[in-house]
Structures are given as structure tokens and as C-alpha cells.
Design a binder for this molecule. Sequence first.
Ligand code: TYM
Length: 345
Amino acid sequence: MDLTPRVFSGMQPTGSLHLGNYLGAMLQWIEMQKTHECIYCVVDMHAITLWQEPSELVSATRQVTAAYIAAGLDPKKSILFNQSQVPEHAELAWVFNCVARLGWLNRMTQFKDKAGKDREAASVGLYAYPNLMAADILAYRATHVPVGDDQKQHLELARDIAQKFNNDFKPQIEAAGFADGVFFPQPEPVITGPATRVMSLRDGTKKMSKSDPSDLSRINLTDDADSIAKKIQKAKTDPDGIPSDAGGLAGRPEAENLVGIYAALAGKSRDAVLAEFGGSQFSGFKKALAELAVDRLQPLGDEIRRLTSSPTEIDAVLADGSARAHAIAKPVMNKVKDIVGFLRS
Ligand code: TYM
């Protein structure tokens, strides 16, 4: 059981994916597919930490899978599957519930944001969410995790869990044949690219999110050309135009966000975008950005719609991916059982 480089990441099927998911994570997933063994998950078990209408969860799971494929993830090369079809995620998460400390979870800012003021009413699952995320990654002993900036704290927790497990069970891990006492790797966050934090189009200080009540705040991957153009045109800006260097973006979150989005979509650096548009008014820049966004996203949206119209094909991809994922996770979980002291037949 060698520790080979392996990539794991996931997205929640809680409605349509948006530009933040695409630029912040998916572009990196596609890149890493060229060089690594990759496992990409639709995390339906994470989704139900907040209430999901069951029929909508089914269609969102298929739609996110369709978006993975439409964006360029190859289901033959990489493993694409939904979390609930591989029972080891839940099994390992329970072990991690007993490894992670309350104090660690109490520090998670995303729980505080999502639970809001009435914390007593939040589900236990929402609180234990990061332990399940650690289980997702470590059930495959994955070494690299490409994500957007907002997942950084959860990944630090996954590293802490891996380390505590290795320490707590050191003698058993060594007895199981891991001479260096390392059973779980320290998974490395891969947070790179020009748009690791895409912000809301209505408020440059808030991240673009599926849960924002205003649909104008985000560009969904399934938006049509008119909505994309309208949302960019209505995006909040400030009275100054586009500066010619990065210093001119300081303290201007909306301008910085739009320039970052342009750079990510065009595959250019921010400096190159500023060199091209420096001195322009927002009206002209927004027009160019809308054209670029429609150009890049419309074919993606069309392909997502085409794929979702044949659910049996998507379900077959998920069934195949789940079987391949299970084949990796099961022996890992068996070792965990031996290490922890669970009898198995
Ligand atoms: P989720 O579903 O919220 O988001 C999926 C991915 O998109 C990134 N992202 C963004 N990146 C830049 N700007 C934004 N505005 C933006 N919004 C979202 C996220 O960082 C993420 O990479 N807990 C995870 C899912 C998960 C997971 C895992 C990830 C479950 N298990 C194991 C990695 C490894 C989540 O809720 O992502």
C-alpha cells in the first residue's frame, strides 16, 4: 500500500455550479487530470447537512456530474462519482468524529457562517462536516486537493486529523507494516490560479456563492447568453475606471474582482489585462468581459443541458466511478479497522 500522488476533490450538488466553482477549482482539476491520478466527487452527503428537497438533490447530483464532464473531466481517465455510493466515506467519517476534537471544530468559520445566529438549530452534520471532508480525502490516502481559497481551513483540519490518527495509533500502524508510522499522508491544498476567490457581482467583499439570495450576484454555468451579459452589465463598480497597474486596484474590491474574472477566463495575468484595458471606463470593459464570458460559458452551458437530457448515461458514469472508487477505499478502510481494533470477517 504505497503512498502515491493522488488527487481528490469535490463539489456540493446544492443547485447549479457557478463561475466561482469553475474558475476557483474546476480549471485546476482539469489541469491536474493531465499529470495525476484524479478522483472527483459529487458530495451529496455534504449537501444534506442543510435541507435539500430529495427530488432536487437527485437532479442537482446529475447536473453537477454533467458539468464535470462538460468542463473537460474525462470519466474514463479520472474517477467521477457521488459520495453516497461509496460507504467508506461515512465509515471513516465516524472514526474521524472520534479523532477530531470539539475545540478544532469550534474554530471552523464556515460552520459559523452557515449556521447563522441560531446555532442550536443547525444539524449535527453541519457541525461535523469537516470530518466527513477529511474522510473523503483520506479514504483514498489522497495527497493533493485542488480547491478554492474558502476551503483552506477545512484542509488544515484534515491535515490535523491525519496527523493525530497517525500519532494515536502509531504502534498499530507500525504493526500493520507501515514502518515509518505514517498511514495517512498530510493532504496538500492546491489553491492556485488567478481566481481562487471569485467575489459576488453585487458586493466585492462577499464571495460568489450558491446560497446568496440574489441571482444577480453570481453567474451560473447554465445561464444563457442574455443573463450572463445582463449580470455583468449590472455588476457593481466604483466611479473610477480601469487602472493601468495592480496598485490602482487596492481598496477597490469590485474592480479587482472583475479584472480577476477577465484574467481567469482569458487565461492571462491580471497585469496583462490591466495593460490592455488601463484607462478605459467600466462600460467598455464590461462589454468586453460579457463577450468573453458568453464565449467561454455558453458552449459549457449547452453541453451541460445536452448531457442532463440523458440521465441514464450520467447514472452509468456515476455507477462506474463509484465501483472504481470503492475498489480503492475498501482496502484502506479495512486497514483502518485493523489499526483501530475493529474485528472484521
Ligand atoms: P463547494 O461545493 O462549496 O465548492 C466547490 C469548489 O468551488 C470552490 N469555490 C470557489 N472558488 C473560488 N471562488 C468562489 N467564490 C468559490 N466558491 C466555491 C470551493 O473552494 C471548492 O473547491 N466542502 C467542499 C466540498 C468538499 C470537498 C471535499 C472539497 C467535500 N469534500 C474533499 C475537497 C476535498 C465544498 O463545500 O465546496
